[in-house]
Design a protein around this ligand. Structure first.
Ligand code: SF4
Ligand code: SF4
Length: 436
């Protein structure tokens, strides 16, 4: 049995290279994609278009209505190809939320993007190579994190950044995220896995690549909090949730990862575990995008049993009582709700929970998109637009009290730090200070 087939073992066992069992799979085994579902429900109100942050700054981007229902109608009437503007959609999914007719816009965009990349994109083009590299950050991170000091030195070199921009179209304006000296999985393995055992309270942690390689402090804070509430934690073998792959139309890569994730987490769900994620894009992927895009055994179970980390605790524990007498040393925090938190109805939870926590003052910096949208803001040609979208958030952060930000999304966090210069906390880190 491969390691990926024994998912529950990371509570105590060693990690292995989880690339070993990769098998190429057909992206669209059933033939052409069908963009129809829900298209006829569109009554052209344009609510989606007015909510799209990319359309707001990019005059050439025709907006979500065109990318979804209209594109399907065009395809139905004649044998037209997918419009290449689909590659400018950042997959922020704000249009899903805006549609009063429940048209599955982001699903249609993801499918259209997948078809475009599969059938129309030149696989030798710089854009394809660049997008593939950005979408598969976890593969690079796995190598880079083996020698974090060297990688941080090389990737932090301005000459290397200029070369990346010239040759690959990866913007030199951003600082490459630093790798931690010890990954979360290494830390978890070295401490011997879970410290709490419980038959009733069990969660399986989807840490994603960023918490593992770059911000293990977020994952460790989650462990401290959940152990304080008496949860048994499993950390199964896993791959990237697929969020950057959906946004770049790399559905075959995303599907390979989803198969491993669904198999490993579904097995744990059968043993009584629920799945939690500290990144709102990861929880969104497992909950919504997986069942929309992939027909994999267990995908509905994983979707139905996945939660964002604080959301889960708010459902199962009395968090208000737990922090009632606590005091933390954090000061004012400028909070940005990621678009994918909004889509899951989680955009107010941190503000509401920490409202009465002594030693912290949380100020919501508004409902604008941060603008980075995963890999979108890393593309040289999109960088300026990304910063234009984020401008409102930067201004609000600037006017907010204090000089520390807070958000649940790793890439929003990068953008907040980049645009404001503030260090950024995750709500789990604040909660860990209060209860653990
Ligand atoms: S997902 Fe975001 S960027 Fe894409 S069309 Fe919808 S609102 Fe616009
Ligand atoms: S919001 Fe929904 S109904 Fe209105 S134009 Fe967009 S897809 Fe159509």
């Amino acid at each position: 049995m491969s390691d990926a087939e024994s998912p529950g073992d990371f509570g105590t066992g060693p990690t292995t290279d989880y690339d070993d069992d990769f098998e190429p799979v057909e992206v669209f085994p059933e033939g052409d994609l069908d963009l129809r579902p829900g298209a006829d429900n569109c009554y052209k109100c344009t609510a989606c278009d007015t909510s799209c942050p990319v359309a707001e700054v990019d005059d050439e981007f025709p907006g979500p209505k065109f990318q979804g229902p209209e594109q399907w109608r065009l395809k139905r009437k004649e044998d037209v190809e997918i419009d290449d503007s689909i590659m400018s959609c950042s997959n922020c999914m704000r249009c899903d939320d805006a549609c009063p007719s429940s048209v599955p816009l982001s699903q249609m965009h993801n499918e259209a993007r997948g078809e475009y990349v599969e059938n129309q994109m030149d696989k030798l083009s710089t854009e394809y190579v660049r997008n593939r590299i950005l979408a598969n950050y976890g593969t690079l991170a796995r190598v880079g994190s083996k020698v974090p000091r060297l990688t941080n030195f090389v990737m932090g070199n301005s000459l290397v950044q200029q070369v990346n921009e010239k040759l690959l179209g990866i913007t030199a304006e951003r600082d490459f995220p630093e790798f931690a000296q010890e990954t979360f999985r290494e830390w978890w393995r070295d401490r011997g896995g879970n410290k709490v055992t419980s038959e009733e309270k069990r969660i399986a942690y989807f840490h994603g690549d960023y918490s593992n390689y770059n911000t293990p402090e977020v994952a460790k804070a989650m462990v401290r909090v959940y152990e304080a509430f008496g949860y048994e934690i499993a950390v199964p073998e896993q791959r990237c949730s697929g969020t950057p792959m959906f946004a770049n139309g790399m559905l075959d890569d995303a599907r390979r990862g989803a198969k491993v994730n669904v198999r490993n987490f579904a097995e744990l769900i059968e043993e009584g575990y629920d799945v939690i994620a500290t990144c709102t894009s990861c929880s969104m992927a497992l909950r919504q995008e997986y069942p929309e895009l992939f027909d994999i055994d267990g995908v509905e179970d994983v979707s139905a049993n996945t939660y964002e980390a604080m959301e889960y605790l708010r459902i199962h524990e009395d968090l208000d009582a737990a922090i009632e007498d606590a005091e933390v040393d954090m000061g004012p925090l400028a909070y940005h709700a990621p678009c994918h938190a909004r889509n899951q109805g989680l955009d107010r939870q941190a503000v509401e929970l920490f409202r009465n926590l002594d030693g912290v003052e949380v100020e919501d910096v508004g409902d604008s998109c941060s603008g980075i949208s995963g890999t979108y803001g890393w593309k040289e040609e999109k960088y300026g637009k990304s910063m234009e979208i984020g401008e409102e958030m930067f201004e609000h952060m600037d006017h907010a009290k204090g000089e520390v930000g807070m958000t649940e999304c790793p890439t929003c966090s990068m953008q907040m730090e980049h645009g404001s210069g503030y260090p950024i906390k995750h709500p789990m880190e604040v909660l860990a200070e209060a209860v653990a």
